[in-house]
Design a protein around this ligand. Structure first.
Ligand code: NI
Length: 422
């Protein structure tokens, strides 16, 4: 008999089970020693110092929640999924443990102010999450202390290579524990209601069919609501232009640091925490040492640097003098806008940023390799993809008018000069 077959969750049950009070799930239940030990690793605790929504709190002032609490939430949603009859019977105790760990750890590889940071330093949070699980870290030590293959099995769920499709679907698919937690949480914390949907209903209609998670037809309305919740959250919260402005400003600061470093500029600030990123030789330990507390300290220090661009951008960031923005009509306009900025003394590579945001509410097979469609099970036992069963989802997909939004961001000092492009 192998460890995986013999393993019983009961063997790692805590004598005294723990609960964590939570604004979204009421109680988060910790039943197992291994989960408790993972929560107390330095890599998990670091997530307290990384905000779930990066700079979005500059627009939605109360959205200051951390990736730590989101990770606990994802673990709790996974745990609730495991309590459903179909999954409880389908999965072995070892698989249940793996998927709870994957839910809890899925975001540990995020850097400070994630998206801006990843863009400039070419880090990928999924790769880093996998490295933290497999390489030298407290998380790795805790996992391996139970069973030598546990790190590899947990990582393979996050990498989408685990042979058991259901485990991947639970943590990362079009309807997964990650999305369910972040929509409910971000919506609650931002004070918007667009992200709310009936999670209990969705979980109740979950079934297993042909080796995958599917949903009963009576759950279609709750799923439609979830798809729309996600769509609205993207436009109202995640892609809010002021939040984008803040991220671009951050990205310009990081970019300036990188360019100065390679131009051998003499920094007054001790860059020790950033050097591994700048030189692209990142060890797990260097990465864990970086969090938003460190980055914010750096920005304060950068305001004393001799380089005007770096000190100016850092001060704008700290004092919330964000870039202004307007719709961008053409590439030619962008060139002219860059030229005007240059004449006014603003280096366009750092002060003029354009972006184009798009969000597709639902993906068919083949549109993204690893994603499966949401399958609906009818009363005769047949499966069909969600758009076949939902007029609302199918109408959105057939409209071919997926919203996209192209904007240009610039310092408010040149607002008047740019008014001709509005
Ligand atoms: Ni997440």
């Amino acid at each position: 008999m192998s460890f995986k077959q013999d393993f019983r969750l009961q063997s790692i049950e805590l004598n005294e089970k723990r609960v964590i009070r939570d604004a979204i799930h009421d109680y988060i239940h910790i039943d197992h020693l291994l989960i408790w030990r993972l929560i107390n690793t330095k890599e998990m605790q670091r997530l307290r110092r990384i905000k779930q929504l990066g700079g979005t709190y500059q627009v939605f002032q109360s959205a200051e929640h951390s990736r730590f609490v989101h990770s606990l939430g994802v673990y709790q949603v996974v745990r609730r999924m495991l309590e459903t009859e179909c999954l409880d019977q389908e999965l072995s105790d070892y698989d249940k443990l793996c998927v709870m760990c994957a839910g809890l750890l899925h975001d540990i590889g995020h850097g400070p102010f994630s998206h801006s940071f990843e863009g400039v330093f070419e880090e990928n949070h999924e790769d880093m999450t996998v490295r933290m699980i497999l390489e030298d870290s407290e998380v790795h030590d805790v996992l391996v202390s139970l069973y030598e293959d546990l790190p590899k099995d947990v990582a393979s769920i996050i990498q989408h290579t685990h042979p058991h499709q259901i485990l991947i679907q639970m943590v990362s698919s079009q309807l997964d524990a990650d999305r369910m937690d972040y929509l409910l949480r971000d919506s609650y914390m931002s004070g918007t209601t667009y992200g709310q949907f009936d999670m209990s209903r969705i979980l109740r209609t979950m079934r297993i069919c042909e080796g995958q998670i599917v949903y009963k037809e009576s759950g279609v309305q709750a799923i439609e609501n979830y798809i729309l919740a996600r769509y609205h959250m993207y436009w109202q919260v995640y892609y809010h232009p002021t939040a984008r402005s803040y991220e671009h400003l951050l990205q310009s600061v990081f970019q300036r640091v990188k360019d100065l470093y390679y131009a051998h500029y003499a920094f007054r600030t001790d860059l020790r925490y950033l050097i591994p990123m700048l030189e692209q030789r990142v060890e797990v330990a260097n990465f864990v040492a970086l969090d938003e507390a460190v980055v914010l300290y750096y920005f304060k220090e950068f305001t004393h640097e001799n380089d005007f661009i770096l000190s100016d951008l850092s001060a704008r960031f700290l004092d919330r003098h964000l870039f202004k923005f307007m719709q961008l009509k053409s590439r030619e306009d962008l060139e002219k806008i860059r030229e005007i900025a240059r004449e006014k003394g603003y280096h366009p590579d750092y002060y003029i940023i354009s972006d184009n945001q798009k969000q597709i509410p639902y993906l068919h097979y083949g549109e993204s390799g690893e994603l499966s469609e949401i399958e609906i099970l009818d009363s005769e036992g047949h499966l069909s993809p969600l758009p076949m069963k939902s007029e609302i989802v199918s109408a959105i997909l057939n409209s071919k008018r997926f919203k996209s939004d192209q904007k240009v961001f610039f310092p408010k000092e040149i607002k008047d000069e740019l008014s001709i492009f509005q």
